[in-house]
Design a binder for this molecule. Structure first.
Ligand code: P6P
Length: 350
């Protein structure tokens, strides 16, 4: 019997996989070569270039003067700025200059959005990003990441205050992150599933690794800084007591949101950064941390919540708004929310 559809040999499959680069994948994802598809593919290619430049710098950081450590400045978040924060922030700006694509960049490191005037008449896209997430890990060679979201500019931004960015995360066109770990990975979604790529330094290309990643409905991991235990509302202490008393849970907390999120995306579980007495809205920023990851996790079948509301429905009142973040497997996010809602019910009857 002649096989009507000769199977691809391993070699052919491998070759096909090696040729599925990020830019090709984006176009395939959009099933079109429209102007918007080409734009998004080109933007993702620029983001990939930024990732390669940052990964290269990180891989040599311990060998070079003036790469690690602090600048001595404090950013808009009130945090001490690392030299890598500044470098990575500027890399994203530079890769989009002359791109004709991105008119504005809104970053954790910049109080106001950065405008690229030569792009603005044509480029109607805004990049929102955290150039180095987890920079406290940089000097000790533990994984860090970059987080990004792409939005379409809506209306005129006449006063440079980017008020059109103060919208729910459901207006994101695309979102993703770059994980600088033992290998450099890029994970993204343009609303058609979540896909991961591994940087092949010998090719200088991000090569497709996993398509349509689905987060388990439940997982064993809970990821939270328990050092804040007594700063939380009682409901979060209730959740921690629950996982302490029930079999099948394990704690993992790396100090960089991206590493903790990436583990949960693959293995299931929940990451939480609740509000505290000093920071009732929590520490993590909405527009370039929580919202992009919420977009991704919902695309992967998971959930992201403030404790009482979906992250993607939260409308910020300012560019650097913070939100409490509970994100991961849908059953585990729902479990945390159940403790929050129980305490709200109890208060209501008092
Ligand atoms: P803490 C890094 O500074 C970051 O913004 C996230 O990447 C990380 O999850 C969190 O802060 C860690 O904060 O208070 O536990 O050190």
């Amino acid at each position: 019997m002649v096989d009507a559809y000769p199977q691809l040999t391993d070699r052919d499959t491998l070759l096909d996989r090696d040729c599925t680069t990020l830019s090709r994948h984006v176009l395939e994802q959009l099933h079109s070569f429209s102007a918007e598809a080409q734009d998004l593919s080109a933007i993702m290619t620029r983001i990939a270039l930024a990732g390669k430049l940052i990964a290269r710098r990180l891989s040599r950081a311990g060998l070079m003067e003036g790469v690690l450590g602090f600048t001595g400045d404090t950013n808009v978040q009130g945090e001490s700025v690392k030299r890598m924060d500044v470098y990575a922030n500027e890399v994203f700006i530079s890769v989009f200059k002359q791109s004709g694509l991105v008119c504005r960049l809104a970053s954790e490191e910049m109080e106001q959005p950065y405008y690229i005037p030569e792009n603005c008449p044509i480029g109607r896209y805004t990049l929102l990003y955290d150039p180095i997430d987890g920079s406290s890990n940089v000097d000790i060679n533990i994984n860090v990441g970059s987080i990004f979201a792409i939005r379409q500019q809506e209306g005129e931004d006449t006063d440079g205050q980017a008020q059109d960015l103060l919208q729910s995360g459901r207006n994101q066109l695309a979102a993703g992150y770059i994980l600088y770990g033992p290998s450099t990975m890029l994970v993204y979604s343009i609303g058609n599933g979540v896909h991961s790529f591994v940087l092949d330094p010998s090719l200088g290309e991000f090569i497709l690794a996993d398509e349509n990643i689905r987060i388990p409905e439940h997982g064993p991991i809970y990821s939270v800084n328990e050092g804040n235990f007594w700063q939380w509302e009682e409901s979060y202490r209730d959740f921690i007591r629950y996982v302490h008393r029930h079999e099948g849970y394990t704690a993992r907390y790396g100090g960089a949101l991206i590493g903790d999120f990436h583990r949960i995306l693959y293995q299931g579980g929940v990451f939480l950064y609740p509000g505290t007495g000093k920071q009732p809205d929590g520490k993590l920023r909405l527009l370039y941390e929580a919202s992009p990851l919420a977009f991704l996790v919902e695309q992967a079948g998971g959930r992201a919540s403030t404790g009482t509301q979906d992250i993607l429905d939260f409308v910020p009142d300012r560019l650097h708004a913070r939100v409490p973040l509970i994100i991961g497997s849908k059953n585990d996010v729902a479990l945390v929310e159940s403790f929050v809602k129980e305490r709200i019910r109890e208060k209501a009857v008092l």
